[in-house]
Design a protein around this ligand. Structure first.
Ligand SMILES: CCCC/C=C\CC(=O)SCCNC(=O)CCNC(=O)[C@H](O)C(C)(C)COP(=O)(O)OP(=O)(O)OC[C@H]1O[C@@H](n2cnc3c(N)ncnc32)[C@H](O)[C@@H]1OP(=O)(O)O
Length: 277
């Protein structure tokens, strides 16, 4: 079964179709037999989430609403990183308009991903800090390769993970663990993340990662889809509505926060440290 699935995934059978995307920032393949979609983030080197990448993801998620999509596996083409989180350059000395547009697209993308009715799996094939962790947490199931890092490390950068990021973490690991992790800005190793339930499964390597992602998908596809998605949305609606009903306030908070001179200083120092690495 796995060999057949691999053939389909790798496109050696005509039943896998590349999903026409307006950019190559995401590679999207749909298996015409099963309806399972693989969305691969493709913004080298580290899939930092800038406006364009978020827009490509959002456009894909909207397009999938009109396709026979039965489930989605989210992964990355980068060898070492799932996503490095929000693109720091979007927050460092932007104009107010640019920052507003960026934040709006992040909100749009998250709302679509978090509320997708079909099963979603994050196949986390590399590091996944901050906004990368948000993407993974927005999927229903998380599988990760060993010896990488994941978490909401915003505090360590002198910034604060927004309420909806925090809510996603609380929903997964519980309030107490989330409070400790968020205050410290902890980046967990894959192994630690598996222990506290931030990820659901550890894979041995990238091949095992995709096998496990497909195994989860197979299980989910065996369930009645309407009942499945109704339960999912029931669990997620409070978290979703909390943002949907306060998008403008959330945007204003983001803009006021990042325009503080101290925050800009922290971002500058962090960017310099990353470049010097
Ligand atoms: C109110 C505010 C709310 C904000 C909410 C969320 C905030 C965020 O998501 S902020 C982003 C937080 N992200 C991080 O802290 C991760 C930073 N990156 C890393 O730790 C490493 O890059 C990573 C472990 C992901 C990968 O390591 P390497 O494979 O060793 O790559 P490099 O570190 O050499 O990076 C390559 C290249 O990419 C640039 N880079 C990395 N991350 C980002 C980023 N988030 N945004 C923009 N650019 C990023 C890095 O500077 C390197 O650039 P060059 O030197 O020009 O090659």
């Amino acid at each position: 079964m796995f060999v057949l699935r691999q053939c389909l995934t790798l496109g050696t059978k005509s039943s896998v179709r590349n999903f026409a995307a307006a950019t190559n920032l995401v590679n999207v393949k749909i298996n015409e037999d099963t309806g399972v979609v693989i969305m691969e983030l493709n913004k080298p080197p580290v899939n930092s989430l800038n406006y364009e990448l978020l827009e490509a993801m959002h456009r894909t998620l909207v397009k999938l609403e009109n396709e026979r999509c039965s489930g989605m596996i989210l992964t990355s083409s980068s060898p070492n990183t799932f996503s490095a989180g929000l693109d720091l350059l979007e927050m460092y000395k932007p104009t107010v308009d640019k920052a507003r547009k960026f934040w709006g697209m992040l909100q749009n993308t998250w709302i679509k991903l978090y509320s997708a009715p079909y099963p979603t799996v994050a196949a986390i094939n590399g590091h996944s800090p901050a906004g990368g962790c948000l993407l993974a947490m927005s999927c229903e199931y998380r599988i990760m390769v060993p010896k990488k890092k994941i978490g909401l490390n915003e505090t360590q950068l002198g910034i604060v993970a927004p309420q909806w990021f925090q809510d996603c973490m609380k929903n997964i690991i519980g309030s107490r663990q989330a409070e400790k992790a968020l205050i410290a800005g902890t980046l967990f190793s894959s192994e630690e993340a598996a222990k506290i339930g931030l990820i659901d499964e550890l894979a041995t390597d990238k091949e095992d990662l995709m096998k496990k992602a497909h195994d989860f998908m197979d299980e989910q596809l065996g369930l009645p889809p309407l009942a499945r998605s109704t339960v999912k949305i029931g669990f997620r609606k409070d978290t979703l509505n909390r943002l949907i009903n306060s998008r403008e306030v959330d945007t204003k908070y983001f803009i006021d926060f990042i325009f503080q001179p101290k925050v800009q200083e922290s971002l500058e120092m962090y960017l310099q440290a990353l470049k010097k690495k």
